[in-house]
Design a protein around this ligand. Sequence first.
Ligand code: SAM
Length: 288
Amino acid sequence: MELWYTEKHSDSVNFSLKVKEHLFSGQSEFQKLDVLDTYEYGKLMTLDGLVMVTEKDEFVYHDMIVHTPMAVNPNIKNVLVIGGGDGGTVRELMRYETIEHVDMVEIDKLVCDAAKEYFPTISCELENPRVTLLYEDGVKFVKESPDNKYDLIIIDSTDPIGPGEGLFSTEFYTNCHRILAEDGILVNQNESVFYEDTQEAALKANSKLKKIFPIVHVYQANIPTYPSGYWLFGFASKKYDPIKDLQADKWNNFGLKTKYYNTDLHIGAFALPSFVKEFFENGTIQFL
Ligand code: SAM
């Protein structure tokens, strides 16, 4: 009998993958976690039935959420990662010997345990000595953190539902602004614009950030297993502009081999299609 995994991307759009084996299923106090082995995308992890990470396309997401800010300020030393339980964001950060320390605040230990067990190529740096892994609510952590501590905050979160809801709040972003250094940068996963659910979340997050940070932009990437395959990230900064202050030579001198990110693509990622630009300028979007 054929086994298929299906995720509802909207009321009238389903996304299905043929499954070889259902490897693991677990329930934590926060969410349900499943690990499936699929024919096309290798192993994938879902939280509450939604795709979080797959072996085949995770490189896109993790390249874009880490190397984009690092190419704008290559001198980043102290980083805070909120969420990121699969470990892919920390893996990319640890490729920079110049990064002195990463605090990673993940609310659900089950995600890290499952990542270590089933995704060794993604979770491989979770126990790096430069990483402090804390199982805590990110909203509480930033509230209790001191001012001006971090050069970079990466919000590698789930969608704004359940435990992830608070990570899209004004209170959370305001605390992030406070605990960032004077030239600090914040990057978040900023949902997408093709389906209503993610549209609303994308706009809300962007407008909240614009009320708190002087410099706020959106950039794009193609992630096939995320709703519509067109995904957005937010870039909020106290000082640096992601294009004017791009330090391409310095970043290329790191000599990192990356499968998705490069400094030419960096510029294109911030060059949004007209309907997306208009959407973040005036909140309206017209498809059909
Ligand atoms: N790339 C994925 C995406 O865009 O959907 C996200 C990957 S990562 C697995 C998301 C992580 O955020 C999960 O491990 C989840 O447990 C964590 N998370 C959700 N709410 C949180 C909170 N309030 N504090 C810290 N971590 C949280």
